[in-house]
Ligand binder design. Structure first.
Ligand code: PNS
Length: 167
């Protein structure tokens, strides 16, 4: 019997990405090595008062993933699982930095499995240098004039500087 060609594995990496950090980028690079296609999906309308507009978040993500040919950036509204189905994805990729992330991620993964049992959530660990890093802390640091160098890609640093004047 002739073996059937394997269906490409499409993964969706969802998040707010307000803004993308080096921790996100680390996970994107790891995901891009494992999955055939990785869709980095920005959730619209999650936060009432985001620092960056969705368009700006797309621009920054596109710039930092430019060289990863199997990575694309998209925006979704509403339920993640509806978006994942539309994309023919079979994996949701999420990063877990520390035990403290686990409870929230578990709830979300279980709820998503209830909505769509055919799509698996896969957790990956970012490099340990990023285990303390979050967009929320980066924004706080930037607003208070703290150094964000090394925490975010240079394009994000520039945009933060323009927006809130980072050091
Ligand atoms: O970067 P974040 O803020 O941790 O990402 C959270 C996100 C966007 C993955 C999550 O809030 C989400 O999937 N929102 C879309 C709405 C949805 O499907 N909610 C049900 C999840 S159980």
């Amino acid at each position: 019997m002739t073996p059937q060609p394997r269906k490409p594995i499409i993964a969706v990496y969802p998040g707010s990405f307000d803004p993308v950090t080096n921790g996100h980028l680390d996970l994107i690079e790891r995901g891009a090595q494992i999955f055939d296609q990785l869709i980095v999906a920005i959730a619209r309308n999650l936060e009432k008062d985001p620092l960056f507009a969705v368009k700006e978040r797309v621009e920054m993500l596109e710039a930092v993933t430019f060289e990863l040919k199997n990575v694309e950036v998209a925006v979704f509204d509403g339920l993640l699982m509806n978006f994942a189905r539309e994309q023919d994805a079979c994996v949701i990729l999420r990063g877990i930095r520390a035990v403290s992330d686990y409870e929230y991620e578990l709830q979300m993964a279980m709820m998503n499995r209830k909505i769509e049992p055919q799509i698996e959530t896969v957790f990956m660990l970012p490099g340990e240098a990023y285990s303390y890093l979050s967009s929320r802390l980066v924004k706080e640091l930037a607003r208070l004039g703290g150094p964000v160098k090394g925490l975010v890609p240079p394009i994000v640093e520039e945009r933060l500087r323009a927006k809130v004047g980072v050091s």
